[in-house]
Design a protein around this ligand. Structure first.
Ligand code: HEC
Length: 124
């Protein structure tokens, strides 16, 4: 009996550790960026040769632009994004062509992406 109580306690501890190790906003933002933005942007060192050459890398954006944070907070309103970005529960800014591969996000994902690029900026 004492042994099974010890095992249960160990499982509870493991579960609590799992919760403590939950994704930070930066990690969530990085995962979102890699999933949704990397088809056009280089995100970080994990896809240095990815993206489209004519599209600025996230590192360049946070380095070269004084208002980088504002631009990331409003990226969905800046060309070319309105044609592809869609938010859950909100009407799209533009109609999508049948051939458009949309980027489907939740509004709160913007905060996570901004947390990630703020972390990226702090690495410099
Ligand atoms: C379909 C391609 C594409 C996708 C997908 C895409 N972007 Fe972009 N993004 C661009 C291009 C092209 C530019 C440069 C636009 C310009 O300079 O006129 C850009 C510029 C930006 C800028 C700078 C905007 C400005 O006005 O200076 C930000 C911030 C940005 N993207 C964030 C994101 C984020 C965050 C995602 C993912 C959620 C994303 N982008 C997904 C193509 C894309």
């Amino acid at each position: 009996m004492a042994r099974s109580k010890t095992l249960i306690a160990a499982h509870i501890l493991l579960a609590a550790n799992g919760l403590a190790a939950a994704e930070t906003p930066e990690e969530k933002g990085r995962a979102l960026a890699l999933e949704h933005c990397s088809r056009c942007h280089v995100i970080d060192d994990s896809n240095p040769f990815g993206g489209i050459a004519s599209t600025p890398s996230f590192k360049l954006l946070v380095t070269a632009l004084a208002d980088w944070k504002h631009r990331f907070e409003t990226f969905h309103t800046r060309l070319p994004h309105p044609s592809v970005i869609r938010f859950e529960g909100l009407a799209p800014a533009t109609d999508a062509l049948p051939t458009t591969k949309t980027v489907d996000l939740k509004l709160e994902d913007i905060d996570s992406i901004v947390a990630f690029v703020s972390w990226l900026k702090a690495q410099q």
